[in-house]
Design a binder for this molecule. Structure first.
Ligand code: NDP
Length: 329
């Protein structure tokens, strides 16, 4: 039938065993919402990997179409802000967790969740950025609000060869920061230098149990890893510095001491992209349109088709993906 479209559906059986399959849906199968979108591009984030593999309880409604990010064109709307033909981006808001998400050719969502595609940016470019890149920008904006400007000293980015990390390295270097990129993949050093890293250090340097205070090495940081890594980053942050923590690729725990906070005035800035209020999203996407070198965008992404989503989801949780994976629908 012509009005069916392909979707990935994650289901759970009576024993709560999770499975994933490609299926056909119609618009009548979509969930409630006041805007329907033809999805043109999406992306596979770490969180999508966790959702599809079931490695963490990202999905909280069964069955569900996963996919937390999309860019596309409005096909129908009863929301006052959006009309048929508008080009839009959606990141988070529980889409791909509790609401049918991006891994389908059509999505129906709340108009309040959408932001306009910035002038001059394609759907493909927007998904090269995706939630990972938009989160990297939220981290950079948080550091700036805290006064961490390039003159204050170097900044570290952990999980640098991943999605958040790659975009953070690109944005920060473009803004004139001296960027130290931490990676577990030595083979990605030249990739990170091409994105603008001034130095590349190995992940192992930050993997040991953290001392309460270590030698001051950077004024700020963007941390996508958590765990021991974040504890070390904090203990090496210089007086009055700040670290934006957004990820847990290395662990949910934080085996740290309060010493950096109470003896060096270091701040830990928490970053959440999912429920971030709309004005902050609009500012982040505006900045991504101006501060992220579009020539670097192509270099940090791999493009796949709909059929490659499930394999890419498995690869990302195994740490086998470099940069960003864009899905052209
Ligand atoms: P990626 O998988 O693309 O990148 C994560 C990177 O972390 C890897 O590439 C790797 O970098 C590093 N890493 C992986 N495993 C380990 C480990 N065991 N120890 C140390 N480093 C490790 O994921 P994303 O960039 O998409 O997401 C990064 C994190 O940010 C995830 O935890 C994700 O859930 C979180 N996130 C949070 C958001 C929020 O709203 N707060 C929004 C988006 C993402 P390398 O190979 O360079 O060492």
């Amino acid at each position: 039938m012509s009005d069916t479209f392909k979707a990935i559906l994650v289901s759970r059986d009576a024993e709560k065993k999770q499975s994933v399959a490609v299926t056909d849906l119609t618009e009548a199968d979509l969930m409630e919402g006041d805007v329907t979108i033809a999805v043109e591009a999406t992306t596979v984030n770490y969180k999508d990997g966790l959702a599809i593999t079931g490695k963490a309880p990202v999905i909280r409604r069964w069955p569900l179409v996963p996919g937390i990010d999309l860019a596309g064109t409005v096909t129908a709307s009863s929301h006052p802000d959006w009309r048929k033909g508008d080009q839009v981006i959606l990141n988070g808001w529980g889409v791909g967790e509790t609401h049918y998400g991006a891994f389908a050719s059509r999505a129906r969502v709340k108009g309040d969740w959408l932001v306009p595609l910035p002038e001059g940016m394609s759907a493909h470019d927007a998904m090269t950025i995706g939630t990972a890149g938009y989160t990297a920008m939220l981290c950079v904006m948080a550091l700036e609000r805290h006064g961490i400007v390039p003159d204050r000293g170097p900044v570290i980015v952990t999980g640098a060869a991943g999605g958040v990390g790659s975009v953070a390295v690109s944005i920060l270097s473009g803004l004139g920061y001296h960027v130290i990129a931490s990676t577990g993949r030595a083979a990605e050093s030249s990739y990170l230098m091409d994105l603008g890293a001034a130095e590349v250090i190995t992940r192992d340097e930050l993997a040991q149990p953290a001392r309460p205070l270590a030698k001051e090495r950077w004024a700020g940081g963007v941390d996508a890893v958590g765990g021991q890594t974040l504890a070390n980053v904090l203990s090496m942050t210089s007086y009055g510095g700040a670290v934006a923590a957004c990820g847990m690729a290395g662990g949910m725990d934080l085996p740290a001491s309060v010493a950096p906070f109470i003896l060096r005035g270091v701040s830990l800035l928490g970053i959440d992209s999912v429920m971030a209020p709309k004005p902050i999203r609009l500012e982040a996407w505006r900045r991504l349109g101006t501060d992220l070198d579009s020539r670097k965008l192509a270099g940090l992404s791999t493009t796949i088709g709909f059929d490659g989503i499930i394999d890419a989801a498995r690869d990302i949780v195994e740490g086998r993906i470099r940069g960003r994976v864009v899905v052209d629908m």
